[in-house]
Design a protein around this ligand. Structure first.
Ligand SMILES: Cc1cc2nc3c(=O)[nH]c(=O)nc-3n(C[C@H](O)[C@H](O)[C@H](O)COP(=O)(O)OP(=O)(O)OC[C@H]3O[C@@H](n4cnc5c(N)ncnc54)[C@H](O)[C@@H]3O)c2cc1C
Length: 460
């Protein structure tokens, strides 16, 4: 990296906040993408840690003048190589934009700096008796800005949807350096094209989010977790639409195949509570009163018996609930050493039994197997591609393409949560036509004529 670039960044953010020594830069070059699949990061980079949106605007303006690529870094928990610099770049880390968190109880909203982590946001809201924020992707190290641009989902989407539904306003530094404010604390707002929605899920290719206003919800005090067991994958998957048809809307409905539950429990030194059956549906309820909670639990248990469940249990204590949730949340961590990849396709919920069947059939065709878990209430399945003798199997690209084609055949998507990043970009033409991709490339060009920001993420 040229000395003059390093010096200019020091002038903008201060020498203490510019890192150009490779030994101190290492943790900024990779995200959580599976090590065996991720591209090799370019080491000819400089990391800058600005303290304000205004500083970021100056950095982006400078980068445009000098035509130096910028890679935005949030919490680094992404898993599609979206935050890995592939060219000599300025890595802009948002970690110091974490000072302001303002709760607005009257409007049920919260305004936060983009570098605030999910963990920090939850800690702040834990002190508030009335309100909570529902979105929870698995890793609490994710920053709010990162969660917005990846349109994060997570376990609570059955009742509360995904990030997109909770963002009311954004402050953004555009790829050309201007600082703009989009949206507002409004329920209704129909003026012009909705540029804010383009930023959500834009994976930082259209702007750097520096501040956000999010919707909050009243806390329901009583929660319970049910684990309902089935003998077959199909019976378990077919049960899920019946829950929603009854008008019961849990916080989460998760699917976990028993070998995964047992493996993760072993990894954590815990015990998975279900014994009978081979597949479990985990349901988290969160209700205003104890009576409503118990009523719904009973309703679900008797409904499950009608649909061939072989067992059910209710975890009422916080300790038991946490045990189950911890096992569910640590699936990726427990399998880190054995899988090449965890996919995140989604289909309309009615097709979940079909897609699970297809994923198993396709894996078998390649002489291997897959295991599934996922946010089944949203039609979102995470299935594994396993390493062979510690190596990424030769057939991975072909098999992955078949998994995606199967999901798309039901009107599904290649990625429900993790995003396109660099890893999924090669499959854009499976899901979109030429014209749609050309429009996306055109949008990128309008926002970022010099291709400065997060270049190669989503579109080239
Ligand atoms: C164990 C584990 C479990 C996970 N479970 C889920 C899950 O259940 N659901 C789910 O949706 N995701 C899940 N994820 C993925 C990940 O946590 C999300 O993608 C997260 O939202 C990314 O946030 P981040 O701050 O870490 O972003 P990063 O990883 O730092 O960046 C992700 C992308 O956003 C860009 N970016 C980051 N911050 C900004 C900003 N302020 N402005 C503009 N661009 C920015 C980066 O350049 C990059 O392209 C999981 C990840 C792990 C490791």
């Amino acid at each position: 990296m040229k000395e003059e670039i390093i010096d200019s960044l020091k002038e903008i953010s201060g020498a203490d906040w510019v890192v150009s020594d490779l030994s101190q830069m290492g943790s900024y070059l990779y995200d959580e993408t599976e090590a065996k699949l991720r591209p090799t990061a370019c080491e000819d980079c400089v990391v800058v840690k600005p303290s304000s949106a205004e500083e970021i605007a100056k950095i982006v303006t400078y980068a445009n003048k000098e035509l130096v690529p910028i890679m935005v870094r949030g919490g680094g928990t992404g898993i599609v190589a979206g935050a890995i610099p592939l060219k000599p770049s300025i890595v802009v880390s948002l970690e110091r934009l974490n000072k302001n968190i303002e709760i607005d109880e009257d409007n049920l909203m919260i305004t936060v700096d983009a570098g605030v982590t999910l963990e920090e946001l939850m800690a702040k809201l834990a002190d508030n008796e009335k309100l909570f924020f529902p979105i929870h992707p698995g890793d609490e190290g994710a920053q709010i800005g990162g969660m917005i641009v990846t349109n994060a989902g997570g376990v609570n989407a059955v009742r509360h949807g995904i990030m997109r539904q909770h963002v009311k306003a954004l402050e953004v530094v555009l790829p050309t350096g201007e600082l703009v404010k989009l949206g507002g604390k409004l329920i209704k707002n129909n003026m012009g094209f909705d540029l804010m929605q383009l930023m959500i899920g834009g994976e930082g290719a259209l702007g750097i989010v520096t501040k956000a206003t999010l919707k909050l919800y009243p806390k329901s005090k009583y929660s319970g977790t049910l684990v309902i067991s089935f003998d077959t994958k199909e019976e378990a998957a077919s049960f899920v639409p019946k829950i929603l048809q009854e008008g019961i809307v849990p916080l989460a409905i998760e699917y976990i195949e028993r070998p995964i539950a047992l493996e993760v429990a072993k990894h954590l030194g815990k015990t998975w509570p279900a014994k009978k059956g081979n597949v479990d549906i985990m349901i988290i309820l969160n209700e205003a009163t104890e009576d409503i909670l118990y009523g719904k639990c009973e309703e679900l248990v008797s409904l499950s018996e009608k649909y061939r469940a072989v067992d059910s249990l209710i975890a009422e204590t916080t300790k038991d609930q946490r045990n189950i949730l911890e096992i569910r949340s640590n699936v990726l961590t427990a399998y880190q050493e054995t899988i090449a990849e965890g996919l995140d396709i989604a289909v309309p919920t009615s097709f979940v039994p079909n897609i699970i069947d297809d994923l198993n059939r396709i894996a078998k065709k390649y002489g291997t197997y897959t295991l599934c878990n996922g946010h089944i209430g949203d039609g979102n399945i995470h299935n594994f591609v396993f390493l062979e003798d510690g190596k990424v199997p030769d057939y991975i690209d072909d098999m992955r393409a078949e998994f995606y084609a199967a999901a798309l055949s039901y009107g599904g998507t290649c990625t429900a949560e993790h995003g396109t990043g660099r890893l999924r970009k090669q499959y854009m033409s499976l899901q979109f036509g030429e014209r749609e991709i050309a429009i996306m490339q055109g949008i990128k060009k309008v926002f970022d004529p010099n291709g400065i920001l997060n270049s190669g993420v989503i579109v080239d």
